[in-house]
Each structure stands twice: as structure tokens, then as C-alpha cells.
Design a binder for this molecule. Structure first.
Ligand code: SF4
Ligand code: ZN
Ligand code: ZN
Length: 323
């Protein structure tokens, strides 16, 4: 029988890349310790920070919320939650239900932005009208809303639940496409740009997907387990994730070694070209072109750019919640 390395009780899990087993209590502290180390190693959160967690209701963002809740007390930062209702039928209703439960359990101020209320359409209709893949339009909308809520609510950072497996497969995908700028943006944090973009952080950067799942199970954490119905069944990321998992089985710790070496070598890549960053001339937020991708997308779908309207809508929402 494998014993817990820390207390000698029966181990519930053997962690191949460390070479030891742990009981359920020490498994949770092991995972929380990984997040603490990532937060410190990569300078993600400072004492006194206001951190907005993007809470979708899926396992990663829910586990992130519970772990940051624990860490916030010892490390003196405050937490706020943001949920974006994407208007994807029952799936979105289920996600919103979980977010409502977490709000009542943890009591954090929670901003809910419903895109049907904001734009009159859900992600699927927007995708159809623009002839673009659902995840592509969804990504533009989510990134814009996260940043806008963070700006209007004066947050210091937006935390997302990307885990190690997500990051490793995205880095490989960008490498295969030789999109160097895209690769650099997969670092544990993307710094803020004054007044137009809030810092983005990824505290689960070194936590494997299966570790997130087991943490949720051992702590009886409820989350939405079904997949978004718009998620493509075949995508390069999924294939790469599966291949990386096969490699991990043969060579334990290859994934964590990969992303750590990636971060170490970031300084060797050409830096992000901040001179190309500007303010969108419609909404005034971050853009790499004259008009930001959200304003262009909404103009295509609704006949006029909705950035300025969205900022006003979110400002009113935030004022109501934070006053
Ligand atoms: Fe959005 Fe695609 Fe994720 Fe569904 S799978 S929530 S459409 S990014
Ligand atoms: Zn133990
Ligand atoms: Zn804009």
C-alpha cells in the first residue's frame, strides 16, 4: 500500500512526476501549494490587489475560485466574480445556476453580463451571422467583456482558469503556426496597459487538468461537467492535448517541464510590440488596429459598433453592484 508522504495515512493518489503518494487532505494542500508557488514565482497577485475571477461554471474556473478564496485570506487580496452568460440555451442556464450557488456560498460580489440582454443575440446566432466559428466570436466577446468589467470596476487583475494542459496545447498550436506573438501571450501573466487593458493572470498555470478534476472530486466541489454544445468535436488543440497526455504517460513531468522552460525562455523571444497597441477609436479600449475586434464584430452583426454602448452598460451594472 502506498502511504502519504506527509502523514503516513493511506495515499489516495500517487503523483508520478513527484514520485510519491498523498492522502486526500495532503492532496488538496499539495495543489494549493502549487498555485501559491505559481502566484509568487510569476508575480501574479500582490497584497491589496482587487482580483476579478472569470467564472464560467466549468471545473477550472470553479476550482480556481475556491483555491483563490483560501489564498486571499492569507495573502491579503480581494476577490470579485464575473460570469458571462453566452446565451447558449440549457448549457448557459446550468452555468449560471452554478455561479449563483458559488455566489451564495462564498458571498463575493458577482457581476453577471448576459450577452442576450446586451446584444440581443447569443453566441450561436452571432457565429451564424458572421460565418465565423462559434469559439472565435465567443473569444472576442469574452475577452472584451472581461477587460471592460475589470476597467470599469477598477480591478488590478483578471484571473482565468486555464490549466497546464490548456496552456501546453495552445503553445504547441501557436508554435506549429509559427505565431510567435500568440505564443508569448501564453505566459502566466499579460501586463496591464494604462487605462485600456487590465493585467491577465493564470494561477492554474502549473496545475494539470486531471489534478483540477481530482481536487474538485476530493473537495466535493460542484461544477458544470458537460461540455459546451458549440465546442468543435475535432480541433488541433484537442489532438495536441491527447498527444501530450500520451507523452506524459511515457515521460512523467514532460508537460510541466515544457511550460516551465517556455516561461524561462520567454525573454529570448522578441518582446510584444507595444508600439502597435492603440485605443479603439470607437470605444477607447485596447486594440491593435484603429477599431477593436469587438467593435468590428458587433458592427458586422448589429449594423453599428457596440463597444461604447457595452462600456456604458457595464459601467451601470458595476455601479449598481459596487455602490
Ligand atoms: Fe465559447 Fe467555444 Fe468555449 Fe463554447 S466551447 S464556451 S463557444 S469558447
Ligand atoms: Zn496525508
Ligand atoms: Zn472598440
Amino acid at each position: 500500500m502506498v502511504r502519504c508522504r506527509f502523514c503516513g495515512r493511506e495515499a489516495v493518489v500517487y503523483i508520478p512526476y513527484t514520485g510519491y503518494g498523498v492522502c486526500s487532505i495532503h492532496y488538496s494542500s499539495f495543489i494549493e501549494g502549487k498555485v501559491v508557488r505559481a502566484v509568487k514565482r510569476y508575480g501574479l497577485i500582490d497584497r491589496g490587489d482587487r482580483v476579478l475571477i472569470a467564472l464560467s461554471g466549468g471545473k477550472d474556473s470553479v476550482v480556481l475560485t475556491y483555491i483563490l478564496d483560501k489564498l486571499s485570506r492569507e495573502n491579503g487580496f480581494s476577490i470579485y466574480l464575473l460570469h458571462i452568460d453566452l446565451g447558449i440555451g440549457d448549457y448557459s442556464r446550468e452555468c449560471r445556476g452554478i455561479v449563483g450557488k458559488i455566489h451564495s456560498i462564498l458571498g463575493y460580489k458577482t457581476v453577471v453580463v448576459d450577452i442576450r440582454d446586451l446584444l440581443g443575440l447569443g453566441v450561436e446566432e452571432i457565429s451564424r451571422k458572421t460565418c465565423r466559428a462559434p469559439c472565435s466570436v465567443c473569444g472576442i466577446i469574452k475577452r472584451y467583456i472581461m477587460n471592460t468589467v475589470a476597467i470599469e470596476a477598477k480591478m488590478d487583475a483578471v484571473a482565468t482558469g486555464h490549466n497546464l494542459d490548456d496552456i501546453a496545447s495552445y503553445i504547441l498550436k501557436e508554435f506549429l503556426h509559427q505565431n510567435i506573438e500568440g505564443m508569448i501571450k501564453l505566459s502566466p501573466k499579460i501586463d496591464s496597459v494604462e487605462d485600456i487593458a487590465v493585467k491577465k493572470i493564470r494561477p492554474l498555470y502549473e496545475v494539470y487538468e486531471e489534478e483540477v478534476q481530482l481536487y474538485a472530486k476530493l473537495n466535493s466541489i460542484e461544477y458544470v461537467s458537460r461540455k459546451c454544445p458549440l465546442k468543435p468535436t475535432r480541433s488541433l488543440e484537442v489532438v495536441l492535448k491527447n498527444k501530450l497526455n500520451e507523452l506524459e504517460k511515457m515521460f512523467p513531468s514532460i508537460k510541466i517541464g515544457f511550460i516551465r522552460r517556455f516561461v524561462k525562455n520567454l525573454g529570448k523571444y522578441p518582446p510584444i510590440d507595444y508600439s502597435s497597441i492603440r485605443r479603439c477609436r470607437v470605444c477607447g479600449l485596447i486594440s491593435s488596429t484603429q477599431v477593436c475586434s469587438y467593435c468590428r464584430l458587433t458592427e458586422k452583426v448589429l449594423g453599428k459598433p457596440f463597444g461604447a454602448h457595452t462600456r456604458k452598460y457595464i459601467r451601470d451594472l458595476v455601479e449598481d453592484i459596487f455602490s
